[in-house]
Ligand binder design. Structure first.
Ligand SMILES: Nc1ncnc2c1ncn2[C@@H]1O[C@H](COP(=O)(O)OP(=O)(O)O)[C@@H](O)[C@H]1O
Ligand SMILES: [Mg+2]
Length: 339
């Protein structure tokens, strides 16, 4: 994992409570020590980034300490904003007598399954593209594994969802044609469309209303394609799992590693967190350590091929920058950020 901090984007994932937020924040501390400007973005609705750094953060980019900024995305707020933006856009295009119906449809859409995730994904995609120039490193502190995997599988679902939304309200033959062109034929392949050729105007001959919608859809498609390209580029992005030496986190990590490989997400390694410190003594801890050593051996087999570093269990839980500095020391001792 030596080269981890050379990436521009790090996703930190794992089961709930294993130490994702603590690890994400400690990685930020280490990167900031190396002179980097780091933005830590929490996408877990159960935010704890603010608690880890002992500062209120919330849904806007907030300075934490020299070189580190934080952001806690609120997915529900995100969904509402998203729906409002789409709604306002569509009202400009729709006849006034349609507006009440539009509002009703949009209110329904905001509560439809996946709406918050779709909106969250769009935000992540925009951050990946738009904040890349403002920071040296973006660290995503993600939601527990299952949720993150759904998110990563969403680009296609997301497109279908938006298309459905717009299509529902603006049924037109022309739009139908546009959507057909835009929809990749393969599942995840980036299929070239007539729009890829800058010499042709794909919207030629279209009424202006349809044209505007088509342009919005195209912009969104491009956003997801570009974000996906960055996320699957191993020189740019790395996914790091956090797990504790216990049965459930091992099982869940093993499953998640398999799934992420299917999505071509580059996995660099794993952080084994809360390993009992060597100098901890007592009979109880001796028995725990015995169990732990079995699980550590199991992790060695299960995650073979993945680079693993260990973080010790600290005396107290993590509630501020001092302890994050301590975790960062351990990460540095494990060789991270050497280069
Ligand atoms: N190495 C560690 N030593 C002691 N406490 C830890 C350590 N790592 C995490 N914790 C504590 O465990 C709890 C869960 O950690 P957190 O980073 O919030 O996990 P996640 O983001 O995966 O849910 C928090 O109370 C945190 O302070
Ligand atoms: Mg967390």
């Amino acid at each position: 994992m030596q080269s981890l901090l050379q990436r521009r984007v790090i996703f930190v994932g794992g089961k709930g409570g294993v130490g994702k937020t603590s690890t994400a924040a400690a990685l930020a501390v280490l990167a900031a020590r190396r002179g980097k400007r780091v933005l830590v973005i929490s996408t877990d609705p159960a935010h704890s980034l603010g608690d880890a750094v002992d500062r209120p953060i919330g849904d806007r980019i907030t300075g934490i300490t020299a070189g580190i900024w934080g952001l806690e995305i609120d997915p529900d707020q995100q969904a509402r904003n998203h729906i409002r933006a789409v709604s306002e856009h569509m009202k400009q295009l729709a006849a006034p007598e349609m507006h009440a119906e539009l509002d009703r449809q949009m209110a329904l859409a905001a509560h439809s399954p996946g709406a918050a995730e779709a909106a969250l994904l769009e935000r992540v995609a925009r951050l990946l593209l738009e904040e890349a120039d403002n920071y040296d490193l973006l660290i995503f502190d993600t939601a527990p594994t299952g949720h993150t995997l759904r998110l990563l599988s969403l680009p296609e679902a997301m497109a279908a969802w938006t298309d459905g939304l717009l299509n529902h309200n603006q049924r037109s033959e022309q739009l139908g044609k546009v959507l057909k062109h835009l929809t990749p034929q393969g599942s995840r392949a980036e299929v070239p469309t007539p729009f890829d050729d800058p010499e042709t105007d794909p919207f030629a001959g279209m009424e202006s209303r349809t044209r505007k919608i088509a342009e919005t859809l195209l912009e969104r498609r491009r956003l997801f394609h570009r974000a996906r390209r960055l996320m699957t580029d191993p020189a740019h992005t790395a996914f790091v799992f956090v797990l504790t030496p216990e049965r459930m986190p091992i099982v869940e990590t093993e499953r998640a590693v398999k799934a992420l490989r299917q999505f071509s997400i580059p996995i660099l390694g794993a952080v084994i967190n809360r390993v009992l410190p060597e100098d901890a003594d007592g009979d109880f801890l001796a028995r725990r350590r015995e169990q732990e050593s079995r699980y550590l051996a199991q992790i060695g087999t299960t995650l073979k091929g993945l680079d693993c570093v260990r973080l010790p269990m600290l005396e107290a839980d993590i509630g501020g920058l001092d302890q994050l500095e301590e975790l960062a020391d351990h990460l540095a001792a494990a060789g991270l950020g050497k280069d």
